[in-house]
Write a protein that binds this ligand. Structure first.
Ligand SMILES: Cc1cc2nc3c(=O)[nH]c(=O)nc-3n(C[C@H](O)[C@H](O)[C@H](O)COP(=O)(O)O)c2cc1C
Length: 293
């Protein structure tokens, strides 16, 4: 392991390690307006949602590591107390990156990056028409985290109006991850596109108490075939099937019967269990695993 004491490394290097490790991060595409009325648009990936009641988003406008200067967005929210946070989908990601250029405060990045400024309903900053979700916010508080280069300024944003494009909704009115097609920021110039094969469903009931890893028999727990993720499927069950129940669950399955009768039955059954667990068939996977020990 490379172990890093933050006090013993240059801020610019620590910054890169943090950005690459805490990733992918959602991107707040922050629209503000200056005291004298100039629209401003910039991406911020030190960003997340922290509460839904009250509905609070927080992003951080940092002091530049290179020269310890502050950014237009921070000045604008200090002066006006308002911001619209738009989300960044794949189809606008290159245009979004353009707005991160250090244009002066007199420059309107909507124009520079070819975005359409849509009037908001509750605040003065414009919405980005091309973004599928736009959240109009008032700034609750601004919390500076330090005075040196790289120091964050946490901007607490309370949503006062949320707009969602209908074409990203499922038939039941929820946001479809594939349709919203969000981009996440990683280290350096890397991004992650959160749709298609990159999206995985992990269903974990939280009220059904699972047996846990410590509840698995040693022959399963220390398997050379089953990985941590495979074992987690089994550990999520309230109990494992008994040997008899496992035999009944496997039934006449030819591959299982062959494995049971074969020379290396434990490994073969666990290989089969691994495949079945990969298809999210947890009960049959558990049965095969039980028969392997
Ligand atoms: C995807 C992306 C995410 C960014 N995230 C942040 C961030 O979280 N905090 C920050 O201070 N700068 C961040 N930046 C850099 C700012 O966008 C950049 O400094 C910009 O010029 C600030 O614009 P402004 O002065 O109009 O606010 C990010 C840039 C990109 C491309």
């Amino acid at each position: 392991m490379l172990s890093i004491d933050p006090t013993q490394i240059a801020t610019k290097d620590l910054h890169q390690y943090i950005l690459a490790a805490v990733a992918p991060r959602p991107i707040a595409f922050a629209s503000t307006i200056s005291a004298d009325g100039v629209p401003n648009l910039a991406p911020y990936s030190f960003f997340n949602a922290f509460s839904s009641n009250p509905p609070i988003l927080i992003f951080s406008s940092n002091r530049r590591v290179a020269n310890n200067t502050t950014k237009d967005t921070l000045k604008n929210v200090e002066d006006t107390g308002e911001v619209v946070i738009n989300v960044v989908s794949h189809n606008i990601s290159r245009q979004m990156a353009l707005t991160s250029i250090e244009y002066g405060p007199e420059v309107n990045e909507f124009i520079k990056a070819g975005f359409t400024a849509l009037p908001s309903e509750r605040v003065r900053p414009f919405r980005v028409a091309e973004s599928p979700v736009q959240m109009e916010c008032v700034v609750d508080q601004i919390l500076p985290l330090g005075e040196g280069g790289g120091a964050g300024n946490l901007i607490f944003c309370k949503i006062v109006m949320m707009h969602i494009a209908e074409n990203i909704l499922t038939e039941t009115g929820r946001i479809d991850p594939h349709k919203i097609d969000l981009m996440g920021r990683m280290g350096r110039f890397y991004y992650a596109r959160a749709s298609g094969d990159a999206v995985e469903e992990i269903v974990q009931e939280v009220t059904r108490i699972g047996i846990g890893f410590d509840g698995l028999p040693p022959g399963i727990r220390h398997s050379k075939v089953l990985t941590g993720n495979d074992l987690a499927h089994l550990a999520s069950l309230p109990s494992l099937p008994s040997h008899e129940e496992a035999l009944a669950l496997v039934g006449e399955d030819e591959r299982a019967q062959k494995a049971i009768a074969g020379p290396d039955s434990s490994t073969e059954l666990q290989r089969y269990a691994k495949e079945v667990l990969g298809q999210n068939d947890v009960l049959r996977g558990a049965a095969l695993a039980v028969l392997s020990v």
